[in-house]
Design a protein around this ligand. Sequence first.
Ligand code: SAM
Length: 130
Amino acid sequence: MEAFYKKSHWENIYQNKPLETVSWYQPDPETSLKFIDQLDLPKSAKIIDVGGGDSFLVDYLLELGYEDITVLDISHTAIERAKAGLGSKADKVQWITTDILDFRPTEQYDFWHDRAAFHLQKTTRKGCLL
Ligand SMILES: C[S@@+](CC[C@H](N)C(=O)[O-])C[C@H]1O[C@@H](n2cnc3c(N)ncnc32)[C@H](O)[C@@H]1O
């Protein structure tokens, strides 16, 4: 069985596979955006995308005017790819490279987003997940 929870697994994918070739590629994150729209969050809401990879959600959120976005991922390469895709707009985002199981937030988030990341976690590795 592949160790989906391992950093090396994800670094290998992001170093070797172009964005459009991964099975979870989604140029338009419409379901996530629909949820966020329904929540009617203020543009100042603190939003975190856990296991965000190099998805386009952050691009759309910036475009919609959200001001306080954090993207967290275990893969440094994924974070660098996401930053590169955003160009100078990347400076408006907080980027965190860590395993979510090691993440100890120092602030509260209004909205925590995860698409296709948590279901991959091996919850027995460090006990219960969160
Ligand atoms: C299937 S991809 C989905 C990426 C993105 N959410 C999307 O919708 O395109 C899973 C993502 O979760 C990240 N990931 C996997 N395990 C993780 C962990 N333990 N902590 C943080 N990120 C993790 C991977 O690096 C990868 O970017």
